[in-house]
Design a binder for this molecule. Structure first.
Ligand code: NAD
Length: 310
């Protein structure tokens, strides 16, 4: 069988590519960052000079890229995937929103290439253990054909529609909810901490009460309070919120809740820079409330934190 292609070996792409290799697939990889070459070669992949070479050697190519612009450059730019004549199926694991997905899919369709949306949820830790959730759209028969390959890095596979953009819209809906819940949790916990409630006690109570969510169960106790980065840059989270608000406003008018989250995320970008881990948004809430509860805390009790659903 032909090797699989992979472009974009960052926080998410690298562990996904390693899972594909571990499942026995041959892989041809490319990333702008040359320093990744020895890492990929040590893991058993071959390195390509550009995206076009990947699409000349592989009929199925995955991308895991930061922004809609990067996806456009990799697919349609000079030495892009679209120039490789082996390419038949293009699978976009990035979070790039429905608009970019539709444009790229239309350009690829002219060359007889099928574009599949396959954005992922779950983060770096889930990627490493093959536990991602995948929201796929595109022709169902292609989804079914890809299922075994996707199953090597994702535990929950969903086919959410036939049209390009539907998978990406599903992913934006997820991230709008997850970022909003994170913001609301930071605010609520700051209030309790300011009043003297112990943060770990609050997490324990909330995790078995109606206020719980993925931030309470997982992100805050297992990463933030242990001073461990979760591996997602604030600027990428900001991009998700922006794309979600844009898509929502095109469809439904003003996104009242989403816009507040977007504004807070922008303030955090201005204060701490785009590259900081996105859980560091908590620093704003701590500053506003003049209380420190999230950093240098003792490891949260293991029974507070459950595994994420996805
Ligand atoms: P990242 O910035 O760590 O990785 C992106 C990689 O793409 C980098 O290695 C970069 O060098 C490469 N790249 C950029 N432009 C390129 C180009 N023109 N040609 C070749 N390579 C190029 O980002 P990430 O955290 O791995 O996220 C990737 C995508 O997955 C994003 O869209 C993000 O929103 C989404 N996502 C991330 C997470 C997470 O927890 N990190 C979770 C779910 C979804």
């Amino acid at each position: 069988p032909q090797p699989l292609g992979f472009v974009g070996l960052g926080q998410m792409g690298l562990p996904i590519a390693k899972r594909l290799l571990a499942a026995g697939h041959a892989l041809v990889a490319f990333d702008l960052r040359d320093e990744l070459r020895p890492v990929l070669e040590a893991a058993g992949a071959e390195w390509a000079r550009h995206a076009r070479e990947v699409a000349e050697r592989c009929d199925t190519v995955f991308v895991s890229l930061p922004t809609p612009k990067a996806v456009e450059a990799v697919v349609l730019g000079p030495d892009g995937l679209v120039e490789g004549d082996a390419l038949k199926v293009y699978v976009d694991l990035s979070t790039t929103g429905p608009e970019a997905a539709r444009q790229v899919a239309a350009a690829l369709a002219e060359r007889g290439v099928t574009a599949m949306d396959a954005p992922v949820s779950g983060g770096v830790a889930s990627a490493e253990r093959g536990g991602l959730a995948l929201m796929v759209s595109g022709p169902r028969e292609v989804f079914e054909r890809l299922r075994p390959v996707l199953g090597s890095f994702a535990a929950n596979l969903f086919h959410v529609g036939e049209q390009p953009g539907m998978g990406h819209l599903m992913k934006l809906i997820n991230n709008l909810l997850s970022t909003t819940a994170l913001a609301a949790s930071f605010e609520a916990l700051s209030v309790g901490a300011k009043a003297g409630l112990d943060p770990r006690t609050m997490l324990e109570v909330l995790s078995v009460s109606s206020g719980t969510n993925h931030a309470i169960d997982y992100k805050i106790p297992l990463f933030l309070m242990q001073d461990k980065p979760i591996g997602f840059a604030l600027e990428l989270s900001m991009k998700d919120v922006r794309l979600a608000v844009e898509a929502g406003e095109r469809l439904c008018g003003p996104m009242r809740v989403g816009r507040v989250t977007q504004q807070i995320w922008q303030e955090a970008m201005d204060a701490g820079g785009p590259q900081q881990d996105y859980l560091q948004v908590v620093r704003l809430f701590e500053a506003w409330a003049d209380v420190n509860w999230a950093h240098g805390a003792e490891a949260a009790r293991a029974d507070v934190a459950r595994e994420p659903a996805a």
